[in-house]
Design a protein. Structure first.
Length: 202
């Protein structure tokens, strides 16, 4: 009789077994399946951006118990199709600083006037002690830029450009000067039409 009582317990399809009510049964698979598909769909709907970390600065603060380190990350984000932005994130850990910088950069994205993979016209931008000269280049020239200027151009999707940095090579100043110069770009045809309209009105 002892064997007769233990037999159903070993072979039964209770909640811990592989029956319909167990975690491995079809009901559990049906519940998990749609959730996975929904999550994948949400990830696919989010746009993909080019994110580049230009510079990471470490600052040490001396306190009673020792040193406390904080990090500042300069992040450039672009879609590779003419939109770019940059941000500075500060945190006690490097990954968190990069994440904050990426969030700020996505909020500050703007449209860059481009033509055939290069910028619309010449521009000289200055920020504090840094000056950046940017000129359009013919197709096949490539990216004649270095450091922070190259990171901004690649994130924006510029393939051919000539650039030169004068003065301070501080990464923050170079990025700000480059971004300010790209914001000042205008479509030459639109500017021509505006000037003709002003001349006709005068």
């Amino acid at each position: 009789m002892v064997q007769a009582q233990q037999g159903p317990r070993r072979g039964g399809g209770g909640p811990r077994g592989g029956g319909p009510g167990g975690p491995g049964g079809p009901r559990g698979d049906q519940n998990r399946g749609p959730r996975r598909d929904r999550r994948r769909g949400e990830e696919d709907d989010t746009p993909e951006f080019i994110e580049k970390v230009v510079f990471i600065n470490r600052v040490a603060k001396v306190v009673k118990g020792g040193r406390r380190f904080s990090f500042t990350a300069i992040v450039v984000v672009g879609d590779g199709a003419g939109r770019v932005g940059f941000g500075m994130g500060r945190a006690n850990e490097v990954p968190e600083a990069i994440r904050k910088g990426g969030v700020i950069a996505r909020r500050s994205m703007f449209k860059v006037e481009m033509k055939n993979g290069t910028i619309a016209h010449d521009v000289v931008s200055k920020f504090k002690a840094t000056s950046v000269l940017m000129r359009p280049a013919s197709p096949g020239t490539g990216m004649i830029a270095g450091g922070a200027v190259r990171a901004v151009m690649e994130a924006a999707g510029v393939t051919d450009v000539l650039s030169k940095t004068y003065g301070s090579r501080n990464s923050v100043n170079v990025v700000r000067a480059t971004v300010d110069g790209l914001k000042r770009l205008r479509d030459p045809q639109q500017v021509r039409a505006e000037r003709l309209a002003l001349a006709a009105g005068a």
